[in-house]
Design a protein around this ligand. Structure first.
Ligand code: CA
Length: 564
């Protein structure tokens, strides 16, 4: 028995030894031929590591064209099917389509809120925002345009600035705006939504650009941008005007709406009160109260709703009211603004919860551009550049999406362009993918992508292969995965070495060397070009830039408001 067992064991051991020997013999062959047929190596020889493919990396994956006038997508049919099943189940429970709340901050940088590293560390705690973010999906690669109006019009139209033509913000009544464009609000309205905008508009003051004429049932807020109402009144900032009676009078009579207004669909805007150094202090509270009232009112409605709430803070100049002055440990007017908007987020979410609407409401939180850098105090970013530039600091914005019971708490670096809000909101309302083009003129190009499955699907994979960067009238850069290939860039200190040069002050370099590229994982500060070392990747990005140049030939850029 013993000898038989020993013999059996011996056979087993011999078998294992044989298998190991064969494996060892084959390994180099596999590595060479090999193990998948690939030979890998390093500068000091061949290696056997097979490496890893990470989900959501699309450098070598072509995107799929779903309509001639839309950006191509990376489809995820299983994720899409699961997302639709979740939405259908919710609709059965709630009895209506989901509500959508976009909460848009102004000039708040990627590094400002606590959930992206700021908050308490900067003396401006954001506990409400952070709690919501950590219970939602944080998007670390969400992109705005370089400044206010270009981004806002991008959200409304799903087009990047080169296509919608608002290349910079119109100031002090300058012409140019949405001019009758089909907005996401108009599409949602057609799907049975009640559409409400509150706060900053800044997408044109002419009749065809007013909120009630581009799809909103109701608007309560101002039509321009915060500083327009106060900077020339302030003797500390612009004494040359504030302390000159004749100059002051010209500004006071200048042709832009100086008021907080109320506009209703089918009617004119009603002027409510003048915005000045006194009334501006309470604007955010006034607007929050209006949105709060809307949320309470809609709790009783059978219709779903879309609320686009845009704060006044933290755009310069901040004049905190008595309740908020000094409320932040940093005690700057900017950081007090951060604390105030955090309170407002908390207040609106509490109202959603109290009225039983939190489960059926998607909350999208973001900022319209990176931190301003020319007027202190301003926001923060860990990245290079400021508002006005297409460096990451100018366009990578603190973003999360929260939906109780529908979106898993997680963090994703998948690409999300704020243009995607246009498609994603339409999709949530029942107009997915290419169907949105049915609502648009044929010559209108859509730069946004339906990201419903990215947000709701279990895999959390972006449907966007690349992100196109624009800068004023230029096509600036393209990103795929961690690589960014730069074509035109703002050189913030190219002209002035003194003062506060930033996104709007320098010069734009448009004839870069051809291999100007960065790796945003290893060098998020964008100060080391890796183009020549990483030619295999950069060639692919170059092709993507060329693809988009061809899109621009077919759907030419428009210029409605520009610097020159
Ligand atoms: Ca802004």
């Amino acid at each position: 028995m013993e000898s038989r067992t020993a013999a059996r064991q011996c056979t087993r051991v011999s078998g294992i030894v044989f298998l190991v020997a064969v494996t060892l013999l084959l390994l180099p062959v596999c590595a060479m031929a090999g193990g998948g047929g690939i030979t890998r190596g390093s500068v000091d020889g061949q290696m056997t590591a097979s490496g890893y493919d990470h989900p959501g990396e699309y450098l070598v994956h072509p995107a799929t064209l779903i309509a001639d006038n839309m950006e191509p997508v990376i489809p995820h049919p299983d994720e899409e099917a699961e997302s639709r099943a979740k939405l259908d189940a919710l609709k059965k429970r709630a009895g209506k389509k989901p509500n959508i709340l976009i909460f848009l901050l102004d000039d708040v940088g990627y590094g400002d809120p606590g959930f992206t590293g700021g908050g308490v560390m900067l003396g401006s705690p954001t506990p409400n925002i952070d709690r919501l973010a950590h219970n939602g999906m944080i998007l670390t690669s969400a992109y705005s345009a370089p400044s206010c109006t270009p981004t806002r019009a991008t959200i409304m139209t799903g087009q990047n600035p080169l296509h919608h033509g608002l290349l910079r913000p119109p100031m002090y009544g300058e012409k140019g705006g949405l001019d009758g464009a089909v907005t996401v609000a108009a599409i949602l309205k057609k799907q049975g939504y009640v559409t409400q905008a509150v706060g900053k508009w800044h997408m044109g003051e002419n009749k065809g650009s007013l909120p009630q004429n581009v799809g909103f049932d109701d608007f309560y807020g101002f039509l321009g941008v915060s500083d327009m109402y106060t900077e020339w009144r302030d003797q500390y900032f612009n004494p040359e005007i504030a302390l000159s009676p004749s100059r002051f009078m010209v500004m006071e009579k200048s042709n832009f709406n100086h008021n907080n207004v109320h506009c209703k669909s089918g009617g004119e805007c009603e002027n409510l009160y003048q915005i000045n150094l006194t009334t501006i202090r309470d604007l955010d509270q006034d607007w929050a109260a209006y949105s709060d009232k809307f949320i309470h009112k809609m709790a009783k409605s059978k219709k779903p709703w879309f609320l686009y709430h845009c704060t006044r803070a933290c755009h310069f100049d901040n004049y905190p009211n008595d309740k908020y002055a000094g409320r932040s440990p940093a005690r700057t007017t900017y950081s007090d603004g951060m604390v105030e908007v955090d309170d407002i987020v908390g207040r609106l979410v509490k109202s959603l919860e109290e009225t039983g609407q939190l489960d059926n409401t998607l909350i999208f939180f973001t900022s319209d551009n990176g931190p301003e850098g020319e007027i202190f105090p301003y926001g923060h970013t860990p990245f290079r550049g400021h508002k006005g530039s297409s460096w990451e600091g100018g366009v990578r914005v603190p973003t999360f999406v929260y939906w109780k019971g529908m979106i898993e708490p997680r963090v994703s670096d998948g690409l999300f362009d704020l243009a995607d809000l246009f498609n994603t909101c339409a999709s949530l309302a029942g107009v997915p993918g290419a169907k949105v083009t049915k609502y648009l003129p044929r010559d209108r190009y859509v730069d946004g992508i339906d990201q419903v499955s990215f947000l709701l699907g279990p895999g959390g994979l972006s449907n966007r292969r690349s992100r196109i960067y624009t800068l004023n009238e230029f096509l600036s850069a393209v990103r795929i995965d961690e690589f960014k290939y730069i074509h035109a860039a703002e050189m913030e200190d190219a002209v002035f070495q003194n003062g506060y040069p930033a996104g709007f002050t320098g010069a734009i370099a448009t004839h870069l060397g051809g291999a100007t590229a960065v790796n945003l994982y290893t060098n998020p500060r964008e100060d080391v070009s890796i183009g020549i070392r990483h030619i295999p990747a950069i060639v692919i990005l170059g092709k993507e830039l060329l693809r988009y140049k061809q899109v621009l030939q077919k759907y030419p850029p428009r210029v409605k408001v520009s610097f020159f």
